[in-house]
Write a protein that binds this ligand. Sequence first.
Ligand code: ZN
Length: 464
Amino acid sequence: MNNPRILTLLALFLGLSANAGAAEPCYPQERADEYILQFQIAADTFDGGLELCRTSTPLIKLFKTIDYLRDVRFSDELRPPFVPGLIQTGYYEYLKSRVRFINGPLAGCRGGSDLACAGGRGEMVVAKGFFELRTPLRASTLVHELRHLDGDYRHVPCTQGNEKGNARSCDQSFVQGGSYAVQIEYLARLFLFAKDISDGDRLAAKGLALYLAQNKLNATEFKGLKAVLLVEEETGGAFLYDGTHLREFKSKFLGATVTARDRAFVVMHGDRSKPAFVFDPYLATEIPSVETSLDPEIVGRTIVEYNKTWPAERRSSLSDTIRFGSAGEQALLFSEHIDIAGPAAIQSSAQTLPPVSRWIQDSPCMNEESPLMGRSTDGQIFAFTVQAGAVKSSKRLACTWPADARDFAKLGSLSLILLADGTLARQNQDQSMTSIPELVGKQFRQMVRLKEPFFPDFVQTESR
Ligand SMILES: [Zn+2]
């Protein structure tokens, strides 16, 4: 657990109270009695007694978690692939039908988890770490454990992702429908369909769902989904395009620059005194008009940190930045060197560099892809390797940047080229170009690649 990215994520998921100081009402006696009876909860092992007005004790937190499973309503929808309907009944009914008694709070479970565990004849144990999570994530933890009570859903060693090598910490795939799958489905429901929950809860649910989907499933079934955001030259109109579906947003990106940050965009005004904001194209149909409260830890950490903490280095010779590493490393391209800004330090390259003028995310090279690639003004493409936080070597790739291209993006097998005149075309295998009928007549200023969007369904909001 010494990966800084995991620690950052964990910090995000902690249940920091938004309204500390405001007096909360006492927990209702009737429900407390009901849960104590239903789940044979020994109140004295939790708090040394039942004190319903001390609202942040482990026992009250447990009650509120059960309430969350019971009271949060969803609009009644299935949305494969993330909400295929693995759990069809209500979650509280699921809990009641599987759990006979709840024990805790223990320091940790026998299997090593410090969150929760379940086994035997319907016993659920909640441990120390459980109580440090936000309520929706505690609820998702219970859903996870319930699946273990459904039968033979055991974990296997992780073979990819942040937890690669950890024993009994992952599931093989989502389609198997194990504990992580039902937990991801529950979190996706919270994010997509829950009624009357806070934006903070919604985003925390999405953040954890993403983390689990990418690091707790050995099959990489949710990787490789891609889309681009296109910004129109004249009007600032914004379109999301995945090669098949096209979605137009109501608002305009006038006078703003858009930068991709994982699954969201950072929109920066031309006037830098105005706040930059993050924008999740799968959550919103309109671009927010004020700085949003979306948590930058989820969607814009690197650029926010860069803008905040390193102003001295934002000098004119900085020509481009790109995020390339799994820990959020950022490569800063200066005219005379490259800096790698890692989670802990910033290091400059020592060696002489090829004449790279900007970073690129995709190249037309068939079998040569690298996390860190740049191109020169005459279209040559270079790949860089980074070791111990600094650029170690560079290599010229066999292909060149398409002539006359302002930008280039790959969506699976589809290659998109934004031409110098602002039109967008598909590049075929034989290098010929085909126009895209829905986009004919439009001229774009920017094409920004969105990496692995988690909710790829364009149908949920208006489409053309
Ligand atoms: Zn488990």
